[in-house]
Design a protein. Structure first.
Length: 263
């Protein structure tokens, strides 16, 4: 009798050990209710990274205030500097009583707290790792390389393709992914597409790369620009079109032979 009770107790304990992580996993995958949205104010520069946050809020239909001086980049920057003198950046966002910078972090915060299940793949899905990679690649690798090359090429145009990771290589990486997936989040539009649009648009608008070499990026950009929320963002955040354009390079870097795409 004692042995029978002992065995039953051991089985019950084992069942409990198995059930606990399963219950935890289920709780993580269950959709969480959206948290109440605090007041959000976006300090903005026309045509710059702060457009990402305006666009996100338009996609989600969430309320926000937008502050900038129309047609006056210096005036808009002065407004940001007066509000946040230590780190004057666009976007600078007030989120309730907190001041936030870094567009990727702001997007993740708003999606995770106030739009669960929207504009990002499920955590356990196959698409999630790639989504998260592109969220960070947009600034950590793509924008960083583009602007570094732009400054270098403006000072001294290159005579041959760099052997280092250059603008063409990082755009090629994105183009190859889009050859296999509709969006940077995989099957559906996501926050990763919002993050990636700015640097890929810069790459072609400033003639850093030859757009004709990247047809998948070009097709993706056309789909982005047709989105109603993107058009609403432009009407509010860039009412006079692009202002204060950086000079377009007279020619992009010489293109060399590219390695075959990985299958």
């Amino acid at each position: 009798m004692g042995q029978s009770i002992g065995r039953r107790g051991s089985l019950a304990a084992l069942a409990g050990l198995i059930a606990a992580p399963l219950a935890l996993a289920a709780s993580r995958t269950a959709a969480k209710p959206a948290a109440p949205m605090p007041e959000v104010t976006i300090y903005h520069l026309e045509g710059r990274r702060s457009e990402r946050i305006v666009w996100l809020m338009e996609e989600l239909g969430l309320p926000y205030q937008l502050k900038f001086k129309r047609g006056d980049l210096a005036g808009s920057m002065a407004m940001i500097r007066a509000f946040s003198p230590v780190v004057p950046m666009a976007p600078t966002v007030t989120y309730g009583d907190q001041v936030l910078v870094e567009s990727g972090a702001i997007i993740e915060l708003i999606l995770n707290r106030h739009a669960p299940g929207k504009l990002q793949p499920a955590l356990e899905s196959r698409d999630y790792p790639a989504y998260l990679m592109w969220m960070h690649f947009a600034e950590g690798s793509l924008a960083a390389r583009l602007f570094s090359d732009y400054r270098a090429w403006t000072a001294q145009p290159p005579k041959e393709r760099s052997r280092l990771v250059d603008s063409e290589a990082v755009v090629q990486f994105a183009d190859e992914f889009l050859g296999k997936h509709a969006w940077f989040g995989g099957a559906a539009f996501s926050g990763a597409d919002i993050m990636m649009f700015f640097p890929l648009n810069v790459a072609t608008a400033l003639n850093l790369v030859d757009e004709a070499r990247f047809p998948n990026v070009a097709a993706w950009k056309a789909r982005i620009e047709a989105r109603p929320a993107y058009q609403r963002m432009l009407a509010k955040a860039r009412p006079d079109g692009m202002i204060g354009n950086l000079p377009r390079l007279p020619q992009h870097a010489p293109a060399g032979p590219r390695p075959a795409p990985q299958r």
